[in-house]
Design a protein around this ligand. Structure first.
Ligand code: AMP
Ligand code: MG
Length: 401
């Protein structure tokens, strides 16, 4: 079977992927979600001319010449406006965030004042009175300040709340069901018996996809039997994506494809021209999209980053990080690449303002997790690219998410 390029495989996986649909959520639950609709202000902010300081609300003309003695006729505090009117020769005690009373057009900060019973003496040099936050100075009702597609981070949440929104329309999060397969696997924390190992990939893959907007359903470990696989896959029916790990090669115990085919899945392709992670499966089981990752720990994480993250992003309505490779300077020589796209585990070092330097880690074996944990990026070597000399620029895909 001819090998498929990474680009072609990704294009096929993404061919008909679009945001899943919008839902309204409470703003308290909207962190890290993606706006499905633009958000316009339902309020004007500030809703009134407000004092920016603690002091006295005055008529600026009354304090043009200092010292000045004014009669204090009331008090305006945040949440407790003064309803009277400040006339000539008068002042109102005022605090930060309080409405500026009618008649007043300036604030004298309290550091320039001395209180004498019912009066206040204003004195000093260069006394400014422009400590008023004008009504609508932040935004006015009807202004559209957040566009669809915007991720709701700290700044967006505060702004949307102050614009008067208790709920927001966001894209639904793709539900990704993750299934480990293998007779040799035990759950994390369990002690492996003879010939067994701990299943680990589902955790890394789940954490990665959650970071890019997915809701994760862990289906556990299916044994290498048709019954066990069928039983576990049945629980993925409510999901948008089923990610299987392992069992997707052509060995006697690689049953994922035959079992899913029997259930009616159309298999799109099998082998990708990439290292690590040649065997990969993609298909459709009704509305459920299926991606079968290789079982090797590094392969499964790299393939999840390269193929499943973009799919999750598209279904989640996220701005794509797919083209997230960046330039870096090779710190050492790197040998010519073969016919498959190679994702080399590597570490970045930053010294000074220029491009970071990058060195491949000791071992590129796709079954070893400890070198992957040392790595903080992947050097992306395109098929048949020539040897790289130290100082030449390469492209890297960061792993710091
Ligand atoms: P397979 O694709 O099923 O032949 O698996 C390839 C290799 O990955 C084997 O050494 C498996 O033991 C290992 N493997 C498969 N699934 C997992 C998993 N969920 N976590 C860790 N290792 C796995
Ligand atoms: Mg297996």
């Amino acid at each position: 079977m001819a090998l498929l390029s990474v680009e072609e495989a990704l294009a096929r996986i993404l061919a008909d992927a679009a945001p899943l649909g919008a839902e309204r959520v409470a703003i308290e639950a909207a962190h890290d979600r993606i706006l499905a609709e633009p958000v316009a202000a339902r309020l004007t902010q500030p809703p009134f001319d407000a004092s920016a300081m603690d002091g006295y609300a005055v008529r600026a003309a009354d304090v043009a010449k200092l010292p000045a003695k004014l009669t204090v006729i009331g008090e305006s505090a945040a949440g407790h406006p003064f309803n009277g009117r400040v006339g000539a020769g008068q002042a109102a005690r005022i605090f930060t965030g309080a409405p500026v009373p009618d008649g007043a057009d300036g604030i004298v900060i309290q550091e320039h004042t001395t209180r004498e019973g019912a009066h206040v003496i204003v004195q000093g040099e260069d006394v400014q009175t422009d400590h008023i936050r004008p009504r609508g100075g932040d935004f006015k009702e009807g202004m559209r300040l957040l566009e669809a597609g915007r991720r709701l981070g700290p700044r967006e949440l505060s702004l949307a709340a102050s614009m008067g929104h208790g709920e927001l329309a966001v894209w639904r999060r793709p539900k990704v069901a993750i299934l480990s397969t293998g007779d040799e696997l035990v759950r994390p924390g369990e002690t492996p018996g003879v010939g067994q190992i701990v299943a680990s990939n589902h955790l890394g893959v789940g954490a990665m996809l959650r970071n890019f907007g997915a809701e994760i359903i862990q289906l556990g470990i299916a044994r290498d039997t048709a019954e066990s696989l069928n039983e576990h896959v049945a629980r993925a029916k409510d999901g948008d994506i089923l990610v299987t790990i392992g069992g997707a090669s052509v060995g006697d115990h690689d049953l994922v494809a035959p079992v899913l085919s029997k259930q009616g899945m159309e298999l799109a392709f099998w082998k990708i021209a990439m290292r690590p992670g040649k065997p990969l499966m993609s298909g459709r089981l009704g509305a459920l999209r299926v991606v079968g990752l290789p079982g090797n720990p590094v392969s499964s994480l790299v393939c999840a980053r390269v193929f499943v993250v973009p799919l999750v992003e598209q279904l989640a309505g996220r701005p794509m990080a797919t083209e997230a490779t960046r330039p870096a300077v090779a710190a050492v020589a790197i040998e010519a690449n073969g016919p498959r796209q190679h994702y080399m585990r590597a570490t970045l070092t930053r010294d000074g303002d220029g491009l970071p330097h990058v060195s491949p880690v000791r071992s590129q074996d796709s079954s070893l997790l400890s070198p992957l944990a040392i790595a903080d990026c992947l050097i992306v070597r395109t098929p048949n690219s020539p040897a790289v000399a130290p100082g030449e620029t390469v492209r890297v895909l960061p792993l710091d998410f």
